[in-house]
Design a protein around this ligand. Sequence first.
Ligand SMILES: *[C@@H]1O[C@H](CO)[C@@H](O)[C@H](O)[C@H]1NC(C)=O
Length: 460
Amino acid sequence: MARGFLLASVLASIAVAYTLMGLLRVPEIPSLPQNPWWGRGKPQPEDTSVRPFTINVPDEDIEDLRIRLALPLRLTAPLEGANFTYGTNSDTLKQIIGYWKQEYHWKEREAKLNKFQHYKTKIEGLDIHFIHAKPRQNPNNVNKPIPLLMIHGWPGSFVEFLGILPLLTSPEEGSGRVFEVVCPSLPGYAFSQAAAKPGLGLQETAQIFLKLMKRLGHDRFYVQGGDWGAGVATQMATLYPENLRGVHLNMFRPQTTAGKIKQVLGAVLPSGTLMAKEEEDMVYPLLEHAKWLLGESGYFHIQATKPDTIGAALAQSPVGLASYLLEKFSTWTKRGNVRQPDGGLLKGFPIALDTLLDNICIYWFTNSITSSMRYYAENTSPERAAIDTANIPSEVPAGLAAFPEEVLSSPRSLMAHKFHDIVTYTRPEAGGHFAAMEQPAILAKDFRAFVAAVEAREES
Ligand SMILES: *[C@@H]1O[C@H](CO)[C@@H](O)[C@H](O)[C@H]1NC(C)=O
């Protein structure tokens, strides 16, 4: 009996060890098809020119929106005292729709958006839209602009970056360092065409954006992003390390199995064992964090499974679309906003209501809410899970900024399994998920400090 038990224990230990070794194995870098075709039908010869683009929403689309917004609202009165805890509060929504109808003027906003240089170019069968923000010609610009790719997420768009662009394209006092920034729209978002075929996820986007940067003459550049933008940036740091001077993220979580195991073990081991004590609040108490995430991620499950179903409703009603997107802006800038009657949106919100509406209008006029939500399905499909890049470490210099109200953050020691060369790891004093919109100056400063550290190393 005892011998049988011993044998069983030894066999079990060997099985556990093998499983762990399997889990901790570093996979090969997958080779993606290099020239897929995401457009309709069969591949065709492609016009690779880069064409200037001006946003010009047709009058009939503006009129169509006006008509829909003028319809009587069919909102359900909020529960007493619920604020935003049941989702977007319909009293607040009513006020915002009123503002949208009466005080927000698309043509004026459009003119503001067009102050930036927009372009489109065809890649892999899709029209890809981007802003190309270059430093103004200025005799004081002695430094060559540093190329930077900035990538937005959901439910954002290039609108996220309009506040930070002028900060990055102006030379920094002292160093004179200045950036040339390319802000593309993810495929299926805003003015970037949506794939006609399934399968365009983070890795495929990484390839498309690398082709974009090369087409613009940039073989080596920095990349910055949050949300899906951070996902694409991380893929680029994994798949194309030779093309990146550095990767800077404002949203991240442990991707590697080792990092995840550490996160779980850290919950039972004495404080300070696996990570710095002052970083533990980011992930512990584990159960509380998990519960909060579960309560906030219903949208994720819907979008990862049945995006087209809800898409039909959101694409039909601007009020529904606003409700769906505003809730994310409310909670992801500050968790406590769910307990505010206005979700924090109307008083002292870090993002101007006009800017929130610009972003909603971009989704509306381009009718891209459904294709934007499909991105979740593409990135969580079983086929996707088979291409495991999460466990491939990156040697690219990394800068990680954990904003205090960010939805997902992770201690440095858990991220170090993925990023072997973390140059800066910071916890900025203010800001949430939409850091570029909420705190453009803080994000710009953090990014600049990261680049300064990387460049100083290269010079020495
Ligand atoms: C809703 O807001 C009111 C007013 O600020 C507050 O007194 C109440 O506690 C809040 N309720 C919830 C559920 O957050």
